[in-house]
Design a protein around this ligand. Structure first.
Ligand SMILES: Nc1ncnc2c1ncn2[C@@H]1O[C@H](COP(=O)(O)OP(=O)(O)OP(=O)(O)O)[C@@H](O)[C@H]1O
Ligand SMILES: [Mg+2]
Length: 264
């Protein structure tokens, strides 16, 4: 289950960092930063939703609010008829940075979400399966600080996928991965989505990932962020952007929207 309805979502921050004497100083203390205002969106149960937009436009903030880790200034997020007031154990979040618990090993981090598997042999088998999937065999007993950035990212993805959550939120999950691992893990996420049909909401800077993966893409602009493209993608799978004229045109359109007019 994972139907998400966002209504009138607004977020602003009040700048409390730099206290300045000059009341006319635009960047001064007390200034309100409008991240986004009156956003309405609806995602169907089982959809893979990809959110794109320029850096700093509010993608992570919105994802954190949808997942219940942050609160909105106004507006609501309703999931399967219930208003979100905090994080749910059935919904897993892959953070943009430092999502692993630093005092736990890779094995223990993956085990965290699997404590409901009471049969120890089955639990251990599941942990190993996901550690192998993200190619961290041999590093089970390493702590996050002993891993490279890409390895940490893989461990986090393994942990999230192992939980088999109702909703998976991912904030730039492929950032920091080498190219081949990026493609392999992307394939795993696509397969998992195809077979399990869970709702997934992913923030990404990779336009091609969004076009290959998404059932629905949302593109934001900035200050305050507005939805400039909201499109259901009904292209057959597996997708190939080069071979599908509809997808290549859409790719050009999204690049243009994000300020890149020429892409090789
Ligand atoms: N705790 C905070 N206090 C004040 N301002 C904040 C806070 N968190 C985020 N912001 C501001 O909100 C805006 C949106 O930040 P957010 O992290 O959501 O952007 P983003 O779209 O995820 O960017 P990126 O693509 O670089 O990750 C930015 O202007 C940021 O400075
Ligand atoms: Mg972000």
């Amino acid at each position: 289950m994972g139907k998400i309805k966002i209504e009138g979502l607004t977020k602003h921050y009040v700048n409390r960092r730099h206290k300045r004497r000059d009341p006319g100083d635009e960047n001064g203390y007390g200034k309100i930063i409008n991240v986004f205002k009156d956003i309405d969106l609806e995602f169907e149960d089982g959809e893979m939703v990809c959110i794109l937009g320029p850096s700093g436009c509010g993608k992570s903030t919105m994802l954190r609010i949808i997942a219940g880790f942050d609160s909105a200034t106004s507006g609501t997020v309703v999931i399967d008829g219930e208003t979100v007031v905090g994080p749910s154990p059935d919904h897993v979040f892959v953070f943009q940075q430092n999502g692993l618990l630093p005092w736990m090993t890779v094995w223990q981090n993956v085990e965290l979400g699997l404590r409901n598997i009471k049969n120890e042999a089955l639990r251990n088998e599941t942990i190993q399966e996901y550690i192998d999937m993200v190619e961290l065999s041999g590093f089970e007993h390493y702590f996050p600080s002993q891993l490279s950035g890409g390895m940490q990212r893989r461990a986090e993805l393994g942990r999230a996928l192992a939980v088999n959550p109702d909703i998976l939120y991912m904030d730039e999950p492929f950032t920091g991965l080498d190219y081949l691992t990026h493609l392999k893990i992307r394939e795993e996420v696509i397969n998992m989505h195809t077979f399990l049909g869970k709702t997934m909401v992913m923030v990404t800077h990779f336009i091609d990932d969004a076009l290959i993966m998404a059932d629905r893409i949302i593109v934001f602009n900035e200050s305050p962020a507005k939805v400039i493209l909201h499109k259901k993608l009904e292209y057959s799978r597996p997708r190939n952007i080069e071979k599908d004229p509809g997808l290549s045109d859409l790719r050009d359109e999204v690049f243009m929207m994000l300020g890149v007019s020429y892409v090789a």
